[in-house]
Design a binder for this molecule. Structure first.
Ligand SMILES: [Zn+2]
Length: 426
């Protein structure tokens, strides 16, 4: 983990949040390479789960929402942790996580009585804080999809079964944080609410979603061997859920939740129908029956997915560090080098290829130092291919393409580069 954290900072994937002001614990900023990697994860997810399925539509709901949503969902009442506070340094801890519950592990100070602290980030709307209307930053994206169920149903004309996909930021005032970007105050989710008729064979639909989720792991390049389906037993599951699986991943710090899938019955829509007094029923034209749909919810953490990809792809071999990222998610698909930076003809030809390829793919240009250093630098950030323009290129209109993982090189005609990469990237 230390190596990954240090690589992320050094190469511009992830920086500690608010760093020049001494930082802000458990917040991070994604740098130039991090944002590319993150966008690739999200774009592939959107395409795979939303755009290429007839039974899916998308939504981009608001982060700030009416407090009534969170009353109805149970978050205001239940989304709380019992905490004790140190009377001396004011650090807060979960009593059940303390090895010695009688004194502060940070300073040895005494604790207050245990109190309930909300995990919701609260804010106020209006110019005067004291008189403002209380609103919450969403602790999950899911509720946007439930409260818009009727809007989407009416506007899209979808018939059951169908689902809504959404990605976006969520906020949790977590007390247990840590392991780099694994658990942070602000994070990004990709979630699906898949609505089904109550009499459906829900377990069959659940199983088919589970398998479809693993297709996404294949797509982005996470090996199935590194996953573990943790079936949540009856006594630990939320009372409304009939089946929940935490899809765990073998992170460097241990196996922990990466994604999840839950069958939530009609709990959410029923709760919102009751609290809002709006009819959220579905009318089945064939059976002429009205009912509240049930829901299966696959959910994904963007940041955790990114961390899993970094952990899985990081390797050290023969004196080099290589991120063996799947080309589909790699920040740069290729890097273009003129063999020598002081030969204008080589630089000009390399720039031309660069300008041409960047219209189709995200590519890098590098003319600093020697070729060996440039390879090393691109290997470390996971660029799958390096293209070198040398003196032969000027004569024969071809270039050397070097493969990141095998380090093998081949000569490719400049005019064939686009189709070569199209093939390699699909
Ligand atoms: Zn203390």
């Amino acid at each position: 983990m230390d190596k990954i954290v240090s690589l992320c900072k050094r190469r511009g994937f992830i920086f500690p949040g608010s760093e020049i002001y001494g930082g802000l614990a458990n917040t991070y900023d994604y740098g130039p390479l991090g944002v590319e990697l993150k966008n690739n994860i999200k774009n592939l997810w959107w395409k795979y789960f939303v755009q290429t399925r007839d039974d899916m539509v998308g939504l981009d709901g608001g982060i700030i929402s009416n407090a009534k949503i969170w009353e109805a969902s149970g978050h205001i009442k239940n989304f709380k942790d019992p905490l004790v506070e140190c009377k001396k340094c004011h650090h807060r801890f979960r009593p059940d996580k303390l090895i010695d519950p009688s004194k502060c592990p940070d300073c040895g100070g005494e604790f207050t009585e245990s109190k309930m602290f909300s995990g919701l980030f609260k804010t106020t709307i209006g110019p005067v804080e004291e008189e403002g209307e209380i609103a919450y930053l969403r602790p999950e994206t899911a509720q946007n999809m439930f409260v818009n169920f009727k809007n989407i149903l009416d506007s899209s004309g979808k018939k059951l079964p169908f689902g809504i996909g959404q990605m976006g930021k969520a906020f949790r005032n977590e007390i247990t944080t840590g392991n780099f970007i694994f658990r942070t105050l602000e994070f990004e989710q990709m979630e699906i609410e898949y609505f089904i008729a109550p009499q459906s064979d829900w377990n069959k639909i659940f199983e088919s979603w589970l398998e479809y989720i693993y297709g996404y792991a294949d797509l982005i390049g996470l090996a199935r061997d590194n996953f573990f389906n943790h079936e949540i037993p009856d006594e630990e599951r939320a009372f409304y859920s009939k089946r929940t699986i935490d899809i765990e991943y073998k992170f460097p710090f241990g196996q922990d939740e990466l994604w999840a899938i839950a069958y939530r019955t009609d709990y959410d829509l029923s709760a919102h129908q009751k609290a809002s007094s709006r009819n959220l029923e579905y009318f089945d034209e064939e059976t002429k029956k009205r009912f509240i749909p049930h829901v299966i919810e696959p959910t994904f953490g963007v940041d955790r997915t990114l961390l899993a990809l970094l952990s899985e792809s990081y390797s050290e071999e023969e004196g080099r560090v290589v991120l063996k990222l799947n080309p589909k998610v790699a920040p740069y698909k290729a890097a273009i080098f003129p063999l020598l930076a002081n030969k204008p003809q080589l630089v000009e030809s390399a720039r031309k290829i660069y300008e041409d390829l960047r219209k189709e793919f995200n590519v890098a240009f590098d003319d600093r130092g020697n070729i060996g250093k440039r390879y090393f630098s691109q290997d470390e950030i996971g660029t799958p291919f390096c293209i070198t323009i040398d003196f032969d290129s000027l004569e024969k209109s071809d270039v050397t393409v070097r493969d990141r993982d095998t380090m093998k090189q081949e000569r490719i005609k400049i005019e064939d580069l686009k189709s070569y990469f199209e093939k390699k990237l699909n």
